[in-house]
Design a binder for this molecule. Structure first.
Ligand code: FPP
Length: 224
């Protein structure tokens, strides 16, 4: 059976779910946050050490301001209300992406990372204002500046995901089959599962079914 250390998730379909059931995209984001909570619990139950969630891409700034404001408000409240409990559960929070938000949110994100930095039960990487191409460009720039060779190891250690093992499993909900500029380097050998359900409808049972299927796969990493 395959070990499973790191699950990455593209949580797609909030908007469609919200329009379908509540006639509001933002209601879909709110419901999506409930799924986040369920999946965190289930990740701990499955003794998985890393969970990376794509919450906001660099491309998502093109959305209407009202939706962007709603999403960041949701995030702010989530951190304010839940960080103490996450900390108690020994969860470490790390932000991937560039923190170019309001001073209030930047401070909250930094404080949440700092508070939980020594925890080791589960590390949640929240990708916010994240784009993989820009992460790679920054890594190459750092390598050039330090006059180092372009090697796999030097790229790895100059990415924001340094010290984090690559994801073993990527799940994308919401029917669409694409990577959307998410962890392009790190997903090189990940097993990918595209799930038809929209993120707010995705549940523990779906997650465990995928994990079970993943564990049965023969992972060759290029060998035979
Ligand atoms: C993609 O669905 C989802 C997002 C851009 C935001 C993800 C946010 C959450 C799950 C809730 C907040 C999470 C935290 C951790 C506070 P979409 O809106 O692109 O869906 P669509 O494809 O149906 O339009």
């Amino acid at each position: 059976m395959n070990p499973l250390n790191h699950v990455a998730i593209i949580m797609d379909g909030n908007g469609r779910w919200g329009m379908k059931y509540k006639n509001s995209r933002n209601a879909g984001h709110k419901a999506g946050l409930n799924t986040v909570e369920k999946i965190i619990k289930e990740t701990i139950k499955n003794k998985i050490k890393y969970l990376t969630l794509f919450a906001f891409s660099t491309e998502n700034w093109k959305r209407p301001k009202k939706e962007i404001d709603y999403l960041f408000n949701l995030l702010e409240n989530f951190l304010l209300n839940r960080i103490e409990d996450l900390h108690k559960k020994k969860i470490k929070l790390k932000i991937l992406g560039s923190k170019k938000f309001s001073p209030k949110l930047n401070k909250l994100l930094n404080n949440s990372e700092k508070k939980t930095s020594k925890n080791s039960k589960l590390q949640i990487n929240l990708a916010l204002n994240y784009g993989s191409k820009s992460e790679l460009i920054n890594a190459f720039k750092k390598i050039k500046k330090n006059k180092k060779a372009i090697t796999e190891k030097n790229i790895d250690i100059n990415l924001q995901t340094k010290k984090i093992p690559d994801p073993d499993l990527l799940i994308r909900t919401g029917k669409t089959k694409r990577l959307s500029n998410f962890l392009l380097w790190q997903l090189a050998y990940a097993e990918i599962f595209f799930e038809k359900k929209l993120w707010p409808s995705f549940n523990e049972k779906d997650y465990n079914r995928i994990i079970k299927e993943y564990k049965k796969i023969k992972r060759n990493f290029g060998k035979i």
